[in-house]
Design a protein around this ligand. Structure first.
Ligand SMILES: *[C@@H]1O[C@H](CO)[C@@H](O)[C@H](O)[C@H]1NC(C)=O
Ligand SMILES: *[C@@H]1O[C@H](CO)[C@@H](O)[C@H](O)[C@H]1NC(C)=O
Length: 212
C-alpha cells in the first residue's frame, strides 16, 4: 500500500515537472517548421515581448475589390503561439467590404464584433444546407462550426472591425471563388460539375485570374 502511494506521488511529481518544462515553447523561427510546429527557442532567450503581439493596432490596406484587411496573428508573426493550438485575425472592412465565402478545414471560428455592423453566416452540410445568417452589432459574437462555408459582410454605414479566433495554429482556408475560378480547372468540366454556364465561368475566370 505504502509502495503504491509512493509510486503515485512520484508519478504526480513527474507529471507536474514535465508540465512545467512544457509550459510554453516559443517558436525558434530560425529553425525549420516540423509537423508538430517549430522547435522551442531557448528559455534563456525568451522575453516578455515574445508573448506580446502588436500587429493588431491598425488595419492593413483595404484598397482591394473586397475592401478588406486581414491582419494575421499566426505563429510566424507571433512565435509564442507555437504549440498552443491558437490563432487570431483582425478583420477590417470598409463600407460594403466583404470576406467572401470560404471555409477552414481544420478549425471552427469565433468572431467578435469590435466596431460596426456585420452580417455573418454559414451554410450547414449534409442534406440540410440550412443558411444560418445574422446581422451582428458591436460586442456580439458568433461561432462558425468547423469546415462549413461562411462569410462576413459589412452591412453598416461605416467601417467594421472583427476579432477572429481559431483553435488551431493554422486553420487552413479555401475561398470558393479561388477554388473555382482562380486556377486551370477546365471550363467544360466546371460547367459539368457546377451547372454554371461556360460563358459565365469565363467571365468569372477573367475576374478572378483563372485560365483553362
Ligand atoms: C540566444 O540568442 C543569441 C542571439 O540570437 C544566440 O547567439 C544564442 O545562441 C542563443 N542562446 C541559446 C541558448 O540558444
Ligand atoms: C475607414 O477605414 C479606412 C481604411 O482603413 C480609413 O482610411 C478611414 O479613415 C476609416 N473611416 C473612419 C470613419 O474611421
Amino acid at each position: 500500500m505504502e509502495t503504491k502511494l509512493q509510486l503515485l506521488s512520484l508519478t504526480i511529481l513527474f507529471y507536474t515537472q514535465s508540465a512545467h518544462a512544457a509550459d510554453f515553447c516559443v517558436a525558434d523561427l530560425a529553425s525549420r517548421e516540423t509537423s508538430t510546429g517549430y522547435p522551442c527557442k531557448s528559455p534563456s532567450n525568451v522575453t516578455v515581448d515574445d508573448f506580446v503581439f502588436k500587429g493588431f493596432t491598425a488595419p492593413l490596406s483595404t484598397s482591394n475589390p473586397n475592401k478588406l484587411s486581414l491582419n494575421r496573428a499566426f505563429v510566424k508573426s507571433f512565435p509564442a503561439l507555437n504549440g498552443l493550438d491558437l490563432a487570431a485575425v483582425r478583420v477590417d472592412m470598409e463600407r460594403d467590404g466583404v470576406v467572401p465565402l470560404h471555409s477552414h478545414p481544420y478549425s471552427p471560428e469565433m468572431i467578435f464584433i469590435i466596431e460596426g455592423t456585420v452580417t455573418a453566416g454559414f451554410v450547414s452540410g449534409l442534406d440540410s444546407n440550412v443558411a444560418y445568417i445574422k446581422t451582428l452589432n458591436k460586442g456580439e459574437m458568433m461561432v462558425i462550426p468547423q469546415g462549413f462555408l461562411h462569410f462576413q459582410a459589412n452591412s453598416g454605414p461605416g467601417n467594421a472591425t472583427i476579432f477572429v479566433n481559431f483553435n488551431k495554429a493554422d486553420p487552413g482556408v479555401q475561398f470558393i471563388t479561388g477554388a473555382l475560378f482562380r486556377n486551370s480547372f477546365p471550363t467544360w468540366l466546371l460547367e459539368k460539375t457546377t451547372g454554371i454556364s461556360q460563358a459565365e465561368i469565363r467571365d468569372l475566370k477573367n475576374l478572378h485570374g483563372g485560365s483553362g
